[in-house]
Design a protein around this ligand. Structure first.
Ligand code: AMP
Ligand code: ZN
Length: 469
């Protein structure tokens, strides 16, 4: 197949032509969520951009197989094997079992994905379903001398590798910072960078899920999950591995170490990483108390797809700053855009030349390291062009196979429910009374409060009317 995609590869630190191992076929792996809580919209930025990448590959004609794990065991509070298992923390918080928590937040994750038009990967595999696979690979690593047992745990020996930091140019002295959070010394480790493949002894005895293994009853480390689940479904060669930028070290670095030690050859050619969504205080994270979810955006009357558009407007390799002000602008632009695309008339013959030239521009934009904002510009160019209605409609539908903004869907605008309507009418009455009493400050604050809830009011000769914005 002709190569039309140039993509930044974290492994080589350059933008390279994307050429899968087998012509026309792409094997793609994505680190899935740790299902101890809702996904925040930062997590979902990564999944949205990975979704665009997958859909663009399909658009180009590749036969893509995409696999995602669900982390339901083994991911500790710090990515560097310290702290408590996140799942256990979630279970305790909600007084439920780990498996109940996992089932609930896995469903919540896919429901968010659906709202954001993120396609479900071809294979979704929870880590707890693959214990035998982990044991087999860990046994292989022990046999080959890449792993050792100490203090009841099994560790990967990073000193056995020619090069460990293949993805990041971490320096030893930076590592203390790199490992971040709580850096606790583990006296069992032979080298600072060694990591746990299998835990039997840990600081918390009450780990809920445990399995028998040749090394005692215990549970797997987080990193081994992804290597094994990928190999189980996609074999020993992977074309493309995705994740958020925080996964580069230590998670993906460790995945490469153990996979290549086990396989004896290069495992994955292309590494795709999405930069973070940040708020004023830095990286969005679940440990920071209140965090932004899709449901919260919906409560504030934003359409989830407006958030998808917010993400598409910026490049995945730049941090993206979240603010309601910008989201408001994007939500307005999204409403205008969909009003235009959905009302495009079916009129005229398809203009094949027009189709070919705009398709070419669209592919060139996305082929340039997935430049989604340029792709949106091409969409606007189509709408501004003098092509006939049918041709525009055809192109909008075609581009939406990748953008997935619901551009031709039936009206998706949220209908005001009875409760909201009653509330708005009551506030409008209160504003009227305030104006009558010449309390204009109060009247203005009622208008502002409604606007914050997504309701715009307008005074007309017939009285005050309102609409959702
Ligand atoms: P987790 O559920 O914590 O394992 O994270 C799921 C995915 O979200 C991973 O690919 C992370 O790298 C990614 N991620 C975490 N925080 C952010 C953020 N603030 N912005 C974008 N992606 C993120
Ligand atoms: Zn992973």
């Amino acid at each position: 197949m002709e190569n039309r995609l140039n993509l930044y590869n974290t492994r080589t630190r350059t933008v390279e032509p994307f050429v899968p191992r087998v012509d026309g076929k792409v094997s793609m792996y994505t680190c899935g969520p740790t299902v101890y809580h809702y996904a925040h919209i930062g997590n979902l930025r990564s999944y949205i951009m990975e979704d665009v990448l997958e859909k663009f590959l399909r658009y180009l004609g590749y036969d893509v197989t995409r696999v995602m794990n669900i982390t339901d065991v083994g991911h500790l509070s710090s990515d560097a094997d310290t702290g408590e298992d996140k799942m256990l923390k979630g279970a305790r918080r909600e007084k439920k079992t780990v498996l109940e928590i996992a089932a609930f937040y896995t469903d919540a994750f896919f429901s968010d994905c659906e709202k954001l038009h993120i396609k479900r990967p071809d294979v979704v595999e929870p880590a707890t379903h693959c214990i035998d696979d982990f044991i087999r690979v860990i046994s292989g690593l022990l046999e080959k001398g890449y792993a050792y047992e100490a203090g009841g745990n099994v560790y990967f020996d990073t000193s056995k590798l020619k090069e460990y930091y293949v993805l990041s140019n971490q320096k030893e002295e930076e590592l203390a910072v790199g490992v971040r959070d709580s850096v606790e010394e583990d006296p069992n480790k032979r080298n600072k960078t060694d990591f746990v493949l299998w835990f039997t002894k840990s600081k918390f005895e009450d780990q809920e899920l445990k399995w028998p293994s040749p090394w005692g009853v215990g549970y797997p480390g987080w990193h081994i999950e992804c290597s094994c689940i990928s190999m189980k479904h996609l074999g020993g060669y992977l074309d493309l591995h995705c994740g958020g930028v925080d996964n580069i070290f230590p998670h993906h670095t460790n995945e490469i170490a153990q996979s290549e030690a086990y396989l004896g050859h290069e495992w994955c050619r292309y590494w795709f990483h999405v930069l973070h969504l940040v708020d004023g205080a830095g990286k969005m994270s679940k440990s920071k108390g209140d965090f932004l979810t899709v449901s919260l955006l919906e409560e504030k009357k934003y359409q989830p797809l407006a958030y998808r558009m917010f993400c598409l407007q910026s490049h995945y390799r730049k941090p993206l700053e979240f603010s309601y002000g910008v989201l408001d602008n994007v939500a307005q632009a999204y409403a205008k855009l969909t009003a235009r695309t959905r009302s495009l008339p079916e009129e005229g013959e398809l203009d094949q030349q027009g189709i070919a030239s705009f398709k070419e521009a669209f592919i060139t934009a996305l082929g340039n390291d997935l430049n989604t904002s340029s792709a949106l510009t091409v969409l606007y160019d189509v709408l501004k062009s003098d092509l006939n209605g049918s041709t525009k409609r055809w192109l909008v539908e075609d581009f939406d196979r990748v953008l997935s903004l619901g551009l031709l869907d039936e009206e998706e605008a949220p209908k005001a429910d009875a409760e909201l309507e009653a509330y708005v009418l009551e506030r409008i009455e209160a504003r009227k009374a305030a104006k009558k009493a010449k309390d204009f400050a109060l009247a203005d604050s009622i208008r502002a409060e409604l606007l914050e809830k997504g309701v715009a009011i307008k005074d007309t000769r017939e009285g005050t009317v309102w609409e959702l914005v």
